[in-house]
Unconditional design. Structure first.
Length: 379
Protein backbone atom coordinates (compact mmCIF):
# COMPACT_ATOMS: atom_id res chain seq x y z
CA UNK A 1 0.00 0.00 0.00
CA UNK A 2 1.11 3.56 -0.74
CA UNK A 3 2.52 5.73 2.02
CA UNK A 4 -0.26 7.09 4.20
CA UNK A 5 -0.78 10.51 5.75
CA UNK A 6 -2.22 10.98 9.23
CA UNK A 7 -3.83 14.14 10.59
CA UNK A 8 -4.17 14.52 14.35
CA UNK A 9 -6.45 17.29 15.69
CA UNK A 10 -5.30 18.84 18.97
CA UNK A 11 -6.54 21.33 21.48
CA UNK A 12 -5.20 24.78 20.57
CA UNK A 13 -1.79 25.29 22.13
CA UNK A 14 -0.84 21.59 22.09
CA UNK A 15 0.26 21.28 18.46
CA UNK A 16 3.98 21.45 19.27
CA UNK A 17 3.73 18.85 22.03
CA UNK A 18 1.82 16.48 19.76
CA UNK A 19 4.36 16.95 16.98
CA UNK A 20 7.17 16.14 19.42
CA UNK A 21 5.37 12.96 20.48
CA UNK A 22 5.01 11.84 16.86
CA UNK A 23 8.70 12.43 16.18
CA UNK A 24 9.61 10.36 19.24
CA UNK A 25 7.44 7.57 17.84
CA UNK A 26 9.58 7.68 14.70
CA UNK A 27 7.04 9.26 12.35
CA UNK A 28 8.38 11.29 9.42
CA UNK A 29 7.16 14.42 7.68
CA UNK A 30 5.74 15.81 10.93
CA UNK A 31 4.39 19.34 10.65
CA UNK A 32 2.26 21.29 13.08
CA UNK A 33 -0.60 23.51 11.90
CA UNK A 34 -3.23 25.46 13.82
CA UNK A 35 -5.19 22.92 15.84
CA UNK A 36 -3.73 19.89 14.10
CA UNK A 37 -0.56 17.98 13.24
CA UNK A 38 0.19 15.99 10.10
CA UNK A 39 2.69 13.21 9.46
CA UNK A 40 3.51 10.42 7.02
CA UNK A 41 2.89 6.86 8.14
CA UNK A 42 2.84 3.18 7.29
CA UNK A 43 -0.22 1.02 8.13
CA UNK A 44 1.58 -0.26 11.26
CA UNK A 45 1.75 3.31 12.57
CA UNK A 46 -2.04 3.60 12.88
CA UNK A 47 -2.12 1.25 15.91
CA UNK A 48 1.13 2.69 17.32
CA UNK A 49 -0.09 6.29 17.25
CA UNK A 50 -3.54 5.46 18.62
CA UNK A 51 -2.09 3.50 21.52
CA UNK A 52 0.75 5.85 22.46
CA UNK A 53 -0.34 9.42 21.75
CA UNK A 54 -1.03 11.46 24.91
CA UNK A 55 -1.88 14.94 23.60
CA UNK A 56 -3.75 14.33 20.31
CA UNK A 57 -7.55 14.18 20.12
CA UNK A 58 -7.87 11.45 17.49
CA UNK A 59 -6.00 9.89 14.55
CA UNK A 60 -7.43 10.63 11.12
CA UNK A 61 -6.27 8.93 7.92
CA UNK A 62 -6.08 11.44 5.06
CA UNK A 63 -7.75 10.02 1.92
CA UNK A 64 -7.40 13.15 -0.19
CA UNK A 65 -7.18 16.94 -0.38
CA UNK A 66 -8.42 19.30 -3.09
CA UNK A 67 -9.81 22.81 -3.70
CA UNK A 68 -13.56 23.05 -3.03
CA UNK A 69 -14.84 26.51 -3.91
CA UNK A 70 -18.33 25.17 -4.73
CA UNK A 71 -20.50 22.08 -4.29
CA UNK A 72 -19.67 20.68 -7.74
CA UNK A 73 -15.97 20.75 -6.92
CA UNK A 74 -16.66 19.16 -3.54
CA UNK A 75 -18.68 16.33 -5.12
CA UNK A 76 -16.24 15.61 -7.94
CA UNK A 77 -13.21 15.86 -5.67
CA UNK A 78 -14.71 13.37 -3.24
CA UNK A 79 -15.86 10.96 -5.96
CA UNK A 80 -12.35 10.90 -7.44
CA UNK A 81 -10.80 9.54 -4.23
CA UNK A 82 -10.05 5.79 -3.76
CA UNK A 83 -12.62 5.08 -1.03
CA UNK A 84 -12.74 1.42 -2.04
CA UNK A 85 -9.16 1.01 -0.78
CA UNK A 86 -10.43 1.57 2.76
CA UNK A 87 -14.21 1.06 2.94
CA UNK A 88 -15.50 -2.47 2.21
CA UNK A 89 -18.75 -3.23 0.39
CA UNK A 90 -20.69 -3.44 3.68
CA UNK A 91 -18.80 -0.65 5.49
CA UNK A 92 -20.78 2.05 7.30
CA UNK A 93 -19.54 5.52 6.27
CA UNK A 94 -21.39 8.37 7.99
CA UNK A 95 -19.98 11.84 7.30
CA UNK A 96 -19.22 14.70 9.69
CA UNK A 97 -16.89 17.67 9.77
CA UNK A 98 -16.54 21.44 9.74
CA UNK A 99 -16.05 24.38 7.40
CA UNK A 100 -14.19 27.57 8.33
CA UNK A 101 -13.52 30.73 6.31
CA UNK A 102 -14.88 29.06 3.17
CA UNK A 103 -17.60 29.73 0.63
CA UNK A 104 -19.22 26.40 1.52
CA UNK A 105 -20.57 27.45 4.91
CA UNK A 106 -23.39 24.93 5.41
CA UNK A 107 -22.01 21.87 7.17
CA UNK A 108 -25.21 19.78 6.66
CA UNK A 109 -25.10 20.54 2.92
CA UNK A 110 -21.43 19.53 2.75
CA UNK A 111 -22.23 16.30 4.63
CA UNK A 112 -24.98 15.44 2.16
CA UNK A 113 -22.84 16.16 -0.91
CA UNK A 114 -19.90 14.14 0.41
CA UNK A 115 -22.11 11.21 1.38
CA UNK A 116 -23.60 11.08 -2.14
CA UNK A 117 -20.18 11.35 -3.77
CA UNK A 118 -18.60 8.58 -1.66
CA UNK A 119 -21.66 6.37 -2.20
CA UNK A 120 -21.48 6.99 -5.95
CA UNK A 121 -17.83 5.95 -6.04
CA UNK A 122 -18.32 2.86 -3.85
CA UNK A 123 -21.51 1.77 -5.61
CA UNK A 124 -19.77 1.91 -8.98
CA UNK A 125 -16.73 -0.01 -7.70
CA UNK A 126 -18.80 -2.73 -6.00
CA UNK A 127 -21.45 -2.89 -8.71
CA UNK A 128 -24.43 -2.16 -6.47
CA UNK A 129 -27.12 0.52 -6.46
CA UNK A 130 -27.55 0.51 -2.67
CA UNK A 131 -24.80 -0.06 -0.12
CA UNK A 132 -25.89 -2.01 3.00
CA UNK A 133 -23.64 -0.15 5.50
CA UNK A 134 -24.07 -3.05 7.90
CA UNK A 135 -20.38 -3.65 8.59
CA UNK A 136 -17.53 -1.92 10.38
CA UNK A 137 -17.69 1.82 11.03
CA UNK A 138 -15.58 3.86 8.59
CA UNK A 139 -16.41 7.39 9.73
CA UNK A 140 -15.64 9.99 7.06
CA UNK A 141 -14.49 13.33 8.42
CA UNK A 142 -14.00 16.51 6.43
CA UNK A 143 -12.27 19.80 7.06
CA UNK A 144 -12.85 22.72 4.70
CA UNK A 145 -10.57 25.64 5.45
CA UNK A 146 -10.28 28.59 3.08
CA UNK A 147 -11.96 26.57 0.30
CA UNK A 148 -9.48 23.68 0.67
CA UNK A 149 -11.08 20.36 1.55
CA UNK A 150 -9.32 17.54 3.41
CA UNK A 151 -11.23 14.24 3.53
CA UNK A 152 -10.27 11.66 6.12
CA UNK A 153 -11.29 8.43 7.83
CA UNK A 154 -11.43 8.32 11.63
CA UNK A 155 -9.26 5.44 12.88
CA UNK A 156 -9.93 6.18 16.56
CA UNK A 157 -13.66 6.24 17.34
CA UNK A 158 -14.33 7.89 20.72
CA UNK A 159 -11.67 10.59 21.26
CA UNK A 160 -8.21 9.67 22.51
CA UNK A 161 -8.88 11.57 25.73
CA UNK A 162 -11.27 8.75 26.65
CA UNK A 163 -8.59 6.53 28.12
CA UNK A 164 -11.12 4.22 29.73
CA UNK A 165 -10.28 4.86 33.37
CA UNK A 166 -12.62 7.72 34.19
CA UNK A 167 -16.05 6.13 34.41
CA UNK A 168 -17.23 8.69 36.95
CA UNK A 169 -16.18 12.32 37.18
CA UNK A 170 -16.74 15.38 39.30
CA UNK A 171 -17.84 18.86 38.30
CA UNK A 172 -15.80 20.62 35.58
CA UNK A 173 -13.47 17.69 34.77
CA UNK A 174 -10.18 18.26 32.96
CA UNK A 175 -9.76 16.46 29.65
CA UNK A 176 -7.10 13.75 29.89
CA UNK A 177 -5.16 15.02 26.86
CA UNK A 178 -4.87 18.48 28.46
CA UNK A 179 -3.85 16.98 31.80
CA UNK A 180 -1.11 14.96 30.08
CA UNK A 181 0.04 18.11 28.27
CA UNK A 182 0.29 20.02 31.56
CA UNK A 183 2.46 17.24 33.01
CA UNK A 184 4.68 17.16 29.92
CA UNK A 185 5.04 20.95 29.92
CA UNK A 186 6.17 20.79 33.56
CA UNK A 187 8.97 18.50 32.31
CA UNK A 188 8.10 15.88 34.90
CA UNK A 189 9.68 12.55 34.01
CA UNK A 190 9.09 10.49 37.14
CA UNK A 191 12.11 11.42 39.23
CA UNK A 192 10.79 14.29 41.39
CA UNK A 193 7.97 14.22 43.93
CA UNK A 194 4.78 15.22 42.09
CA UNK A 195 1.73 16.85 43.68
CA UNK A 196 -1.71 18.08 42.62
CA UNK A 197 -3.41 19.82 45.59
CA UNK A 198 -6.68 20.32 43.63
CA UNK A 199 -6.86 16.82 42.18
CA UNK A 200 -10.63 16.46 41.69
CA UNK A 201 -11.23 13.10 40.04
CA UNK A 202 -7.47 12.48 39.84
CA UNK A 203 -6.83 13.11 36.16
CA UNK A 204 -3.53 15.01 36.49
CA UNK A 205 -1.86 12.59 38.96
CA UNK A 206 -3.08 9.59 36.95
CA UNK A 207 -1.66 11.05 33.73
CA UNK A 208 1.58 11.80 35.60
CA UNK A 209 1.72 8.16 36.68
CA UNK A 210 1.19 6.94 33.10
CA UNK A 211 4.00 9.26 31.94
CA UNK A 212 6.33 8.22 34.77
CA UNK A 213 5.77 4.54 33.95
CA UNK A 214 5.91 5.22 30.18
CA UNK A 215 2.62 3.35 29.91
CA UNK A 216 0.74 3.80 26.64
CA UNK A 217 -2.52 5.60 27.47
CA UNK A 218 -4.57 3.66 24.90
CA UNK A 219 -3.88 0.14 26.17
CA UNK A 220 -7.15 -0.02 28.09
CA UNK A 221 -9.53 0.77 25.22
CA UNK A 222 -10.52 -0.20 21.67
CA UNK A 223 -10.39 1.72 18.36
CA UNK A 224 -12.55 1.86 15.23
CA UNK A 225 -9.74 0.75 12.91
CA UNK A 226 -9.34 -2.53 14.79
CA UNK A 227 -12.34 -3.76 12.74
CA UNK A 228 -11.02 -2.64 9.35
CA UNK A 229 -10.28 -5.61 7.11
CA UNK A 230 -7.49 -3.95 5.11
CA UNK A 231 -5.52 -3.22 8.29
CA UNK A 232 -3.85 -6.42 9.54
CA UNK A 233 -5.19 -7.19 13.02
CA UNK A 234 -1.76 -8.49 13.98
CA UNK A 235 -0.43 -4.94 13.82
CA UNK A 236 -2.53 -4.02 16.86
CA UNK A 237 -1.08 -6.89 18.89
CA UNK A 238 2.41 -5.97 17.73
CA UNK A 239 1.90 -2.32 18.75
CA UNK A 240 0.51 -3.33 22.16
CA UNK A 241 3.45 -5.69 22.80
CA UNK A 242 5.90 -2.96 21.80
CA UNK A 243 4.21 -0.48 24.14
CA UNK A 244 4.20 -2.89 27.10
CA UNK A 245 7.84 -3.80 26.52
CA UNK A 246 8.71 -0.11 26.83
CA UNK A 247 7.13 0.38 30.26
CA UNK A 248 9.23 1.37 33.26
CA UNK A 249 8.98 -0.34 36.62
CA UNK A 250 10.17 1.93 39.37
CA UNK A 251 9.13 3.68 42.56
CA UNK A 252 7.40 7.05 42.22
CA UNK A 253 6.18 9.74 44.59
CA UNK A 254 2.90 11.00 43.06
CA UNK A 255 0.21 12.54 45.25
CA UNK A 256 -3.20 14.14 44.78
CA UNK A 257 -5.27 15.94 47.36
CA UNK A 258 -8.75 17.45 47.39
CA UNK A 259 -10.91 18.99 50.07
CA UNK A 260 -13.93 16.97 48.85
CA UNK A 261 -13.92 13.38 50.23
CA UNK A 262 -16.18 12.21 47.40
CA UNK A 263 -13.71 13.48 44.80
CA UNK A 264 -10.89 11.62 46.54
CA UNK A 265 -12.91 8.39 46.51
CA UNK A 266 -13.53 8.83 42.78
CA UNK A 267 -9.84 9.57 42.17
CA UNK A 268 -8.82 6.36 43.93
CA UNK A 269 -11.35 4.39 41.87
CA UNK A 270 -10.10 5.95 38.64
CA UNK A 271 -6.49 5.17 39.56
CA UNK A 272 -7.46 1.53 40.07
CA UNK A 273 -9.15 1.46 36.65
CA UNK A 274 -5.98 2.93 35.13
CA UNK A 275 -3.92 0.29 36.99
CA UNK A 276 -1.75 2.90 38.69
CA UNK A 277 -3.21 2.62 42.20
CA UNK A 278 0.18 1.35 43.38
CA UNK A 279 1.85 4.48 41.96
CA UNK A 280 -0.46 7.33 43.05
CA UNK A 281 -1.87 8.10 46.47
CA UNK A 282 -4.81 10.39 47.20
CA UNK A 283 -5.82 12.11 50.43
CA UNK A 284 -8.49 14.48 51.64
CA UNK A 285 -6.51 17.70 52.06
CA UNK A 286 -6.89 21.47 52.00
CA UNK A 287 -4.72 23.15 49.33
CA UNK A 288 -4.50 26.28 51.49
CA UNK A 289 -2.53 24.21 54.01
CA UNK A 290 -0.39 22.37 51.49
CA UNK A 291 2.98 21.36 52.99
CA UNK A 292 5.88 19.25 51.78
CA UNK A 293 9.29 18.83 53.42
CA UNK A 294 11.08 17.51 50.32
CA UNK A 295 13.69 20.03 49.09
CA UNK A 296 12.35 19.90 45.53
CA UNK A 297 9.37 18.66 43.54
CA UNK A 298 6.70 19.62 41.05
CA UNK A 299 3.18 20.89 41.55
CA UNK A 300 0.86 20.66 38.54
CA UNK A 301 -2.72 21.64 39.23
CA UNK A 302 -6.01 22.97 37.90
CA UNK A 303 -7.77 24.91 40.69
CA UNK A 304 -11.34 26.21 40.35
CA UNK A 305 -11.51 29.23 38.04
CA UNK A 306 -14.32 31.20 39.63
CA UNK A 307 -16.41 30.72 36.46
CA UNK A 308 -17.81 27.25 37.01
CA UNK A 309 -17.38 26.19 40.59
CA UNK A 310 -16.75 29.23 42.75
CA UNK A 311 -17.59 32.88 42.71
CA UNK A 312 -14.76 35.06 41.47
CA UNK A 313 -13.90 36.56 44.86
CA UNK A 314 -13.89 33.15 46.51
CA UNK A 315 -11.53 31.89 43.81
CA UNK A 316 -9.18 34.82 44.40
CA UNK A 317 -9.17 34.12 48.13
CA UNK A 318 -8.32 30.50 47.37
CA UNK A 319 -5.46 31.56 45.08
CA UNK A 320 -4.08 33.86 47.79
CA UNK A 321 -4.05 31.15 50.43
CA UNK A 322 -2.61 28.58 48.01
CA UNK A 323 0.06 31.07 46.91
CA UNK A 324 1.05 31.56 50.54
CA UNK A 325 1.34 27.80 51.02
CA UNK A 326 3.52 27.51 47.90
CA UNK A 327 5.85 30.30 49.03
CA UNK A 328 6.39 28.44 52.31
CA UNK A 329 7.74 25.40 50.43
CA UNK A 330 11.48 24.74 50.03
CA UNK A 331 12.87 26.73 47.07
CA UNK A 332 13.39 23.71 44.81
CA UNK A 333 9.70 23.30 44.00
CA UNK A 334 8.43 24.13 40.50
CA UNK A 335 4.77 25.00 40.07
CA UNK A 336 2.40 24.89 37.06
CA UNK A 337 -1.16 26.19 37.50
CA UNK A 338 -3.88 26.24 34.82
CA UNK A 339 -6.41 29.05 35.21
CA UNK A 340 -8.67 31.26 33.13
CA UNK A 341 -8.85 33.86 35.91
CA UNK A 342 -7.48 37.17 34.60
CA UNK A 343 -6.26 38.18 38.07
CA UNK A 344 -4.60 34.88 38.97
CA UNK A 345 -1.04 36.20 39.28
CA UNK A 346 -2.07 39.15 41.45
CA UNK A 347 -4.12 36.91 43.75
CA UNK A 348 -1.44 34.19 43.83
CA UNK A 349 1.07 36.82 44.92
CA UNK A 350 3.72 36.43 42.27
CA UNK A 351 3.99 36.94 38.49
CA UNK A 352 4.65 33.74 36.56
CA UNK A 353 8.10 33.07 35.14
CA UNK A 354 6.40 31.76 32.00
CA UNK A 355 2.86 31.68 30.64
CA UNK A 356 1.45 29.47 27.92
CA UNK A 357 -1.98 29.88 26.35
CA UNK A 358 -4.07 26.70 26.42
CA UNK A 359 -7.74 25.84 26.01
CA UNK A 360 -9.79 23.81 28.48
CA UNK A 361 -12.62 22.93 26.14
CA UNK A 362 -13.66 26.28 24.65
CA UNK A 363 -12.36 28.21 27.66
CA UNK A 364 -9.13 30.14 27.04
CA UNK A 365 -6.68 29.64 29.91
CA UNK A 366 -3.07 30.28 30.81
CA UNK A 367 -0.64 27.77 32.22
CA UNK A 368 1.25 29.82 34.82
CA UNK A 369 4.66 28.30 35.40
CA UNK A 370 6.93 29.15 38.34
CA UNK A 371 10.53 27.96 38.35
CA UNK A 372 12.80 27.22 41.28
CA UNK A 373 12.86 30.07 43.78
CA UNK A 374 15.97 31.55 45.31
CA UNK A 375 16.24 31.08 49.06
CA UNK A 376 16.13 34.84 49.64
CA UNK A 377 12.74 35.05 47.81
CA UNK A 378 11.00 33.02 50.51
CA UNK A 379 8.51 34.89 52.71
Amino acid sequence: MRELELLIPTLFGLEGLCAEELRRLGLSGVRAENGRVRCLAAPADIPRVNLNLRTGERVLLVVGEFPAPDFDALFEGCRALPWEDFIPRDGAFPVKGHSLNSRLRSVPACQSILKKAAASRLGAKYGVDALPESGALCQIQFSILKDQAVLMLDTTGPGLYKRGYRAVGVAAPLRETLAAAMVLLSRYRGKDPFCDPFCGSGTIPIEAALIAKNRAPGLGRSFSAQKWRWLDSGLWLQAADEAMDGEYHGSYDIWGGDIDPRAVDIARSNAAKAEVEDTVRFDVADAARFRRDAPYGRIVTNPPYGERLLEKQAAEALYRSFGGAVRALPPGWRVSVLSSHTEFERAFGRPADRKRKLYNGMLKCDLFQYEKRREEDRP
